[in-house]
Design a protein around this ligand. Structure first.
Ligand code: SF4
Length: 322
């Protein structure tokens, strides 16, 4: 018998032995399960700045894990070799949660990052690993597009300490035509994550020329963040490069990123960071403008932070720094 998956808003009805739309989940004996539990496509030690998270343990290493598949279908996916691959035996490799923890300790990683492809679709393995990671005294972060049902979010994020959520644009039409998805569930996920006590949230928007960089649309997005989350939620504005089925779209000019940054700051966002371009991405104190963290690529220098306060004026800088 076929079974319906309730992990994400697609609610796929999956025939026995077939895959859901994400290519990662299948139906076995009337139950939807991950097609190959624990299968990984990649493991790397990355600076946490690469996720990107700029206010969460800056300068730390994140042992970064990816699997296969994705529940959104972005035309310009920058990771399509794994996101569009099906999760099946013969690809990738396996590590147990205990082996992941041991590897993190060997490479002096304080953090495990579930990233590269969408962690929501391998939720059960993420949860099992995250629970053990937490018990071992390490931290868990997720890099996700947030396209998940709220029922799933409640158990999926229970042992996750922070996330960077990809808010891809700010209209239902854009989500439908670019990603074959919808915006509203992502907004609900953002509100839910922001409401979890001690959970650290940052947001990334990839600016795609002529597709989602309309100044009015960006203004609405930034106003929504300020109003529904907080003006202190860090926002990363990242440059697109032509990839996958969007080779006809040019790379994002630095000027577009700078213009979007100004729109965000004009609506009151306090921490707006350019990504994938050679524009400074220092953290400045929102009160006295002193540089508290300087960044060059993924290299950082803490120049004006004492604990979680600006050394110059004692303003508390939001984030997890110690
Ligand atoms: S997680 Fe995959 S199988 Fe489940 S509803 Fe979403 S796309 Fe379909």
């Amino acid at each position: 018998m076929s079974a319906r998956c309730s992990i994400c808003p697609r609610n796929c009805l999956i025939e026995p032995g077939k895959f859901g739309a994400c290519g990662a989940r299948t139906c076995i004996q009337d139950h939807v399960v991950h097609a190959d539990y624990g299968l990984l496509s990649a493991i790397h030690v990355d600076p946490i700045e690469k996720k990107p998270l700029h206010h969460y343990l800056p300068g730390s290493n994140a042992l970064s894990l990816g699997s296969f598949g994705c529940n959104l279908m972005c035309r310009g996916c920058q990771n399509y070799s794994i996101s569009r691959a099906r999760c099946q035996k013969g690809d990738g490799f396996k590590l147990s949660p205990d082996e992941i923890i041991q590897t993190a300790k060997t490479y002096q990683c304080q953090v495990i990052a579930y990233t590269y492809n969408e962690p929501i679709i391998w939720a059960e393995f993420v949860c099992e690993t995250a629970k053990k990671v937490k018990a071992a005294g390490l931290k868990n972060i997720m890099v996700t597009a947030g396209y998940v049902t709220q029922d799933t979010a409640k158990w999926l994020f229970s042992d996750i300490d922070g996330a960077n959520v990809d808010l891809k644009g700010f209209s239902e039409d854009f989500y439908k035509t670019w990603a074959n998805g919808s915006l509203q569930p992502v907004l609900e996920t953002l509100e839910y994550l922001h409401s979890i006590p001690n959970f650290w949230l940052e947001i990334t928007t990839l600016l795609i020329p002529g597709i989602n960089d309309d100044p009015q649309m960006l203004k609405k997005e930034f106003e929504w963040i300020a109003e529904h989350l907080a003006p202190t939620v860090p926002v990363h504005l990242s440059a697109f490069h032509p990839d996958y089925k969007a080779l006809d779209i040019p790379a994002t000019p630095a000027q577009t990123i700078l213009h979007a940054k100004k729109i965000a700051e004009d609506v009151g966002l306090k921490f707006v960071y350019p990504g994938n371009v050679r524009i400074p991405a220092d953290t400045l104190c929102p009160s006295c403008n002193a540089p508290v963290i300087r960044r060059q690529g993924y290299h950082i220098e803490i120049t004006g932070l004492t604990g979680d306060r600006c050394t110059a004026c004692q303003t508390k800088i939001p984030g997890v720094f110690i």
